[in-house]
Design a binder for this molecule. Sequence first.
Ligand code: HEC
Length: 195
Amino acid sequence: MSDLTFNKIAGAVLATALAIVGLEELSSIVYQSKPAAKAGYDIEVAAETPGGGPATPELPPDWGTVLPTADVAAGQAATAVCQTCHNFAKGGPNMTGPNLYGVVGRKPGTHEGFSYSPGMVAEGDKLGTWTYDELNTFLSGPQAYVQGTKMTFVGLKKQDTRINVIAYLRSLSDSPAPIPPPAPKAAAPAAAAKP
Ligand code: HEC
């Protein structure tokens, strides 16, 4: 074998090797598969309670815990949707709905000069005053809560929003309603965590 032939063969082998390596590189670039973010696929499963029944409705907030940290300004901003029907100023007028200054602690259905639905008047006799809990339930779905209410508003679905709105409503008073002390059970998990 002449040197020239050897060189030719060696060159061909080298070129082939390079081509194979190159192809591998190339295919790994072309076919590089991104790992799936999560293996498998999601199956929507309704939240279950230990009893196997439907998910429990959301618990009422612990007002002593949530009110001191509520975002009153965000609550005020969220009442933009209420202002087509309600005025919030002290001594302000009744509109489609009654003036809401001082509504926390007021007897439902009793603001002067407003013609309430019989359902709301009955609510007043039942409740005595608007508490944080009652306002929270009412605002989550007025029509579901007070039969035949004139308040044709779907409600505020997010509990956080309702808490902020209620904190804002509370602030609209010459002497805002007291905030109850935080429920002891709210402190329990921390205590239980201690060895
Ligand atoms: C489409 C008009 C409308 C909108 C929007 C509306 N309301 Fe009302 N609201 C009413 C009417 C009407 C009543 C009186 C209900 C009755 O007599 O049954 C009322 C009653 C109330 C009461 C009870 C007042 C009382 O004196 O007992 C509260 C509290 C209240 N609304 C809060 C709100 C808040 C907070 C919002 C916004 C998140 C809101 N409303 C949005 C029309 C409205």
